[in-house]
Design a protein. Structure first.
Length: 259
């Protein structure tokens, strides 16, 4: 059996005066080397997509983090300059793919911006500049460090007993690398909170009525997916779900071949 394929929606980026559809290397590498699956980058367009045509051809959906934020109009809020930067093409691509993947029982792993998109796609809302709220820590990236330092594993999250993620990582405390200034405010009705930071910030969710793996995390398991045990376990579980989905799609062998 060939490796199954997961879709990763792209971000819109500008380099050298040109527009690019891009995904950070770490997500693609984690898919290949930790989950054991191939990844196809899905270009981001604001209109014209046939979501089912994409999902017909893949066995999973990996929704990555990004420097951009979900546009507040998508969860009923007024946008301000502080809420940006925005990527409307990413929003228009990711949110329909998330909803349809859940409907079709296609495995889903949503990371950082991805968990926020998952929450908005299912009817939740987001809070911005959370470090300014009473009792909330500063979850933003530290200044004056290289990327390894930026993504260092240093924050404790509490995984709820009996949750989907507890089945993968075990319940209780787990050290992660969570960097963000936005977070889930109102949790979507179809989402179950799976893990929280010590200040109460939602750090992981699962889709309550999903018929396949459907998990979102606010932290970045992709960055150390090959060396950090919890990060590797999360991608490994996603890869297993993707392989199970691919196996279930395989046509039955002809009777003569079985004989």
């Amino acid at each position: 059996m060939t490796k199954p394929i997961v879709a990763i929606p792209a971000d819109i980026r500008s380099f050298d005066g040109a527009t690019w559809h891009a995904v950070q290397h770490q997500y693609l590498s984690a898919a290949l080397n930790a989950a054991g699956v191939m990844a196809f980058i899905i270009p981001a367009f604001e209109q014209g997509y046939d979501t089912d045509a994409i999902l017909d051809r893949v066995d999973g959906l990996l929704v990555s983090g990004s420097a951009s934020n979900v546009h507040p109009s998508l969860y009923g809020a007024e946008a301000t300059e502080r809420d940006g930067p925005f990527d409307p093409a990413r929003d228009a691509t990711s949110l329909p793919l998330i909803r349809r993947a859940i409907d079709r029982a296609i495995p889903l792993l949503a990371i950082c911006r991805g968990i926020q998109e998952l929450n908005v796609a299912l009817g939740g809302s987001l809070a911005t500049e959370i470090q300014e709220q009473p009792g909330i820590w500063d979850h933003r990236r530290p200044e004056g460090v290289d990327r390894d330092g930026m993504y260092a594993i240093r924050q404790t999250v509490h995984v709820k007993e009996g949750s989907c993620i507890a089945g993968i990582l075990g319940p209780g405390e787990v050290l992660v690398n969570s960097l963000h200034r936005q977070a889930i405010a109102r949790t979507a009705p179809r989402l179950q909170v799976e893990a929280i930071a010590e200040d109460g910030t939602v750090e992981a969710v699962s889709v309550i009525d999903a018929k396949a793996f459907a998990v979102g995390v606010q932290w970045h398991p992709e960055y150390w997916a090959e060396t950090d045990k919890p990060s590797n376990k999360l991608f490994d579980a996603f890869g297993d779900a993707v392989r199970n989905h691919a196996t279930g799609k395989l046509p039955a062998a002809p009777a003569q071949a079985i004989a």
